[in-house]
Design a protein around this ligand. Structure first.
Ligand SMILES: [Fe+2]
Length: 351
């Protein structure tokens, strides 16, 4: 018979081994035997049995010690251990179960009962093993599906941010840069990798509300009138409303927070709500610095692209475009100390 279960029998009495071995072999089991606990450990390592029948009273290691050694040995697959002993008292049985035995059969035994119990434990172990394998397989599949789904979700958000800016900037590079500046700034602030990456995904959607701004204003060649500016400023609320109302996803809600708050000013006087200081979400305070730096560096129909040095000077010292007090001072200090990081990102994501 192929693949018959391998039974390790352990008893210091050769006669017992012979009797037990005959009973088991008659039923088609492959039998291996050991006359001591120490011998059982060596045999188990080499032969990897499917089940162990173990005597208790033996010279050297007794059955309890042997069971513990078998359980703790990393080189032996954890298989059912059944005690087979003349000791019939409750204390011995309890001790046997406490060292990991699955059953306790008293000698003298009825061979039918022994075989029935052996068969039950082998079947339970087979089911347990196959269940574990199935769980491992399904967990792996689920992890892979989750990874793919998350990748697809992030890619969708990235494309959405590109779509949002396609009418005026026509490249995904601005949004990519914003994400990367924001991620690096978050890391510099001491955020964990996962939180920084969450902001990296949310930040590029800051201007998604521009989808709702008419071409005549968004693409206007020349200065906007006061009324046009009022409409332009609504891109923060449009973006927020669009994102917030369309999905319960935490990621989308986070993006909505950035979209709403990225033109607020730390000193007050920003839009849409004129919030101040830490009333402005930290995500939006980070994106505010990133957005202004990138806008200063970039060529627009109405302006040249400033050098890194000029852009840093404008942010740190201020002029009519931006004032340092509009930014979170902690983030500004980090920007001043690490402006080369911003320069590197701008240079890296170019056409
Ligand atoms: Fe904006």
């Amino acid at each position: 018979m192929e693949n018959q279960p391998v039974v390790l029998i352990v008893d210091d009495e050769p006669t017992n081994l012979a009797v037990l071995g005959d009973i088991l072999e008659d039923q088609g089991y492959e039998v291996i035997a050991a006359v001591s606990g120490e011998g059982a450990l060596a045999t188990a390592k080499e032969m990897q049995p499917d089940i162990v029948l173990l005597d208790i009273n033996m010279p050297g290691w007794d059955g309890y010690e042997t069971a513990q050694e078998l359980r703790q040995c990393a080189d032996i697959r954890p298989v059912p251990i059944l005690f087979l002993s003349a000791q019939n008292d409750t204390q011995s049985k309890v001790k046997g179960f406490s060292v990991g035995a699955k059953d306790f059969i008293t000698k003298p035994f009825q061979s039918e009962e022994l075989l029935a119990r052996l068969c039950t434990h082998l079947e339970l172990d087979r089911l347990k093993t196959s269940l574990e394998l199935e769980v491992t397989k399904k967990t792996k599949e689920l992890t892979e599906s989750h990874r793919k789904l998350e990748g697809a979700f992030k890619e969708s958000l990235r494309l959405l941010s590109v779509a949002g800016e396609y009418r005026d900037i026509e490249t995904g590079l601005h949004t990519r840069r914003i994400g990367e500046y924001a991620r690096q700034t978050a890391l510099l602030l001491g955020w964990g990798k996962a939180d920084a990456e969450r902001l990296q995904i949310a930040a590029p959607l800051h201007d998604i509300g521009k989808i709702g701004i008419p071409d005549t204003i968004l693409l206007k060649n020349g200065r906007l009138t006061a009324d046009e500016w009022d409409i332009m400023r609504t891109h923060t609320q449009i973006g927020h409303a669009m994102l917030q109302s369309q999905s319960d996803s935490k990621m989308i809600q986070y993006s909505a927070e950035v979209a709403l708050g990225h033109h607020e000013k730390y000193c007050g006087g920003g839009y849409p709500d004129g919030l101040q200081g830490e009333d402005i979400p930290i995500s939006a305070r980070i994106v505010a610095v990133c957005d202004v730096y990138d806008a200063l560096r970039s060529v627009r129909p109405y302006k040249e692209g400033f050098s890194h040095e000029t852009s840093v000077r404008i942010i740190l010292e201020g002029d009519e475009i931006a004032k340092p007090e509009q930014f979170d001072p902690v983030i500004l200090a980090l920007f001043e100390k690490n402006d080369h990081v911003f320069e590197r990102i701008f240079d890296e994501f170019q056409d």
